[in-house]
Design a protein around this ligand. Sequence first.
Ligand SMILES: [Zn+2]
Length: 78
Amino acid sequence: MTCTDFLSQLTDYFDGQISPELLEEVRAHTATCPHCEVVLDTTSKTISVYRDNELYELSNEFRERLHTAIMTKCRPCK
Ligand SMILES: [Zn+2]
C-alpha cells in the first residue's frame, strides 16, 4: 500500500466500511510509514472531537486538507 492508497481508504476506514483485508493493509502501512500513522492518529482525534459535538462529517474539504498534508509530508514514500 502506498500513501495514496492509504488516503483513498481513509474515509472508508473511519466510516467502518473497510474490509478486513484492507484494514490489515492500512495497519501495515501505518506501521511502516510514520507520516500516515500521524495522519491516522490526528484524524481519529479530530473525528472523536467532532463526534462529541455531533458535527461529525468527513467533508470533501477535510479530505482535501488531509490529502495535501500527506502529500506534503510524505513525498519520499509515496
Ligand atoms: Zn504513508
